[in-house]
Design a protein around this ligand. Sequence first.
Ligand code: NAD
Length: 419
Amino acid sequence: MGEEKNNVLAGVQEHIKKVCDSLGMEPAVYEILKEPLRFYEVTFPVKMDDGTIRMVKGYRSQHNDALGPAKGGVRFHPGVYADEVKALSAWMTIKCAIANLPYGGGKGGVVIDTRELSEGELERVSRGYIRAIAPYIGPLVDIPAPDMGTNPKVMGWMVDEYCKQVGYHAPGVITGKPIIVGGSLGRGPATGRGIMLTFKRFAQAEGFDPKGMRVAIQGFGNVGRSAALHLHELGCKVVAISDISGTVYNSKGLDVPALAKYAEKNPDNLKDAPGEHEVSADTRYALEVDADAIFPCALENQITEENAPRIKAKYVIEGANGPTTTAADQILQERGIKVVPDVLANTGGVTVSYFEWVQNLQNYYWTEEEINEKLEINMNKAFDDLYAMHKKHNVDMRTAAYMVAIDKLARAMKARGWF
Ligand code: NAD
């Protein structure tokens, strides 16, 4: 387990090193980017419902802030560990640079299984974590957000606790908040909308029409559901959707709005959804179905050495973080399957988080139309920069993404006199 844990950070470091070398960067660039600039480990007491005190461990990593304050979610999970949080924060540095956001990368984690907690205990863990890291975060320092195991409700408690600690109203310290306490319109569906916008721009660049294309999606939660609805609206034919319960498929196209409505009330149980479709117990079937493009939007390591040879689609658009293993990536490349990487395709969420922060700082709020319009402009610019790099250097789009990001970070660090 220890070795596996170390590999996550080693994997990101290896990728950054490879790209630094291929760009002919000065050694200092890799030296600065290989570890977070700041990493905090905290332990805080939480009063449980039975009156006992439990000591809970948490982390916050600020990987790099050359382009702006650190930004990244907080994960509540029993398996969270230091190197994972460091690696995820490095990933955020890359993502924010690609998306042209004035942010560096951050990430937080709390070692806790939320399923074991009552609502009151969850609130006390959320507040305890923020009290412990309050000296190190702030609207112009480091801005947390939701990630696995946390949600807008948790963000509501966290922002309240931070405001109590500092003694003034500071909604810009956290994004992904409920709308009533400064959350942004359009944040919920933003990641899925961004995936659709990326696919639309990609189709334009590659010269194909997305309308009528057969697409399949793995994952039908926040990201997958929104991606499916937006792709359906774009005119794609959604032929298969998988979730943790199995897969529904229909070669003539699924009734996506009806399935989405069902899944809102019945999460993680697609296999029992009513409708004219066939059902498979295979949770990865959407990745292998006869489709033109597949969208892994569930979790990491879903396209592996084992199933990559069976993928029939020409395009893979990564909605989830890290859905393709390195070995599978190589197989897809050899098979001529193009991958639009996660660090570009799923940045719609952090982009609207950035819009939320801007609205909080200026205390002036935009309409959903304005947000969607700005999101499209941002996503298109990010795509165009990456695609130009992909063509110019004749490299795969994932490598191109890291090249765009590291080039930008190196220029910022140089301009600041860091090397
Ligand atoms: P979620 O918990 O809302 O949904 C996850 C979905 O995946 C569910 O439909 C679940 O049934 C399905 N799933 C879980 N395990 C599965 C399995 N073994 N096989 C098939 N399906 C499985 O999560 P989400 O917020 O939609 O996030 C999905 C992915 O997108 C994650 O990798 C996350 O890190 C990434 N992401 C999320 C956001 C965001 O804004 N929520 C932004 C960027 C990236």
